[in-house]
Design a protein around this ligand. Sequence first.
Ligand code: FE2
Ligand code: FE2
Length: 299
Amino acid sequence: MVDESQSGPICPYGLTRWLLCQSPAVDKISKIKVLYLACRFCMDRETFREQLLAVMKRKDHWAWPFFTSGKIAKERLHFHFEQEYATYVRDFPVMVGWAYVRCPIPEVRRSLAENLYEEETGGLVAGSPHPRLFLEYPRGLGMDVSRFEYVQLLPAAKRYRDFLDEAIRHYGWEVAAAIVTIFIEGTKDDGAVFDPSTAASTPPLEEHPLVKHYGLAVEHLALTKAHRRVEGSHRQSAWKAILDHVAPRRRGPVVRAMEAALGHWLLYRDAVAEVCGLQRNGTGQHEVALSSSPSCHPV
Ligand SMILES: [Fe+2]
Ligand SMILES: [Fe+2]
């Protein structure tokens, strides 16, 4: 669990504190102006954490329960896997690499380097590159894996991927690390990093939706097994790096980038739901429109 005891809310800038101590030297109006600006452009650590967690809580798409309860037709499942693969799974190690090369803080770089090494090689835990292990899901389901070499992204998926590339390469190391290690790699349950009592229980592999509803053999869940072993520590170090090292004035931009990522992701998942046979009905609720046979699951 990330230790919050060492780092209570911090008043924006050291400059603010300094100014407040300069009683006679600085007039009241100037102090008020500085405080106003500091509050406007900075965010304390607790607010930062809460806002990031609020974004992650909303990384929860309406269609997911249909995927995890086997309501997507098996013949449409390949759309889900192909789009996931091409939006982020295939290039995830490279995305971690972008955050790594842009980061000026050795402690954060070390954590990113460990994540990068595991994702790219599986050398610490999985025994094989994570993107390659991902393909075991479709392979085990009898899909033509050669399709994954030339995936055409849905328009909303392309916009999500374009946003990721832009944010990760051009918005600074803080945004890159947050988007890659918290948004992409994290889930709506990331709050458990701070409160383990809220952690969702981990069902046995035999209860995995792909096994239960689509007949996938458990040996094809190598990536799931690896993630269960390694992602707990990745979640811890990701949150620690962001909360401990993003400067107060950069917290707002990081939250805004996370919100933008969420917006793109929700639209991307809407498009995947649609191509997998789901649609919203007129009442604002959602329903299975096209599929009838059992099907799917997550990455
Ligand atoms: Fe990871
Ligand atoms: Fe991974």
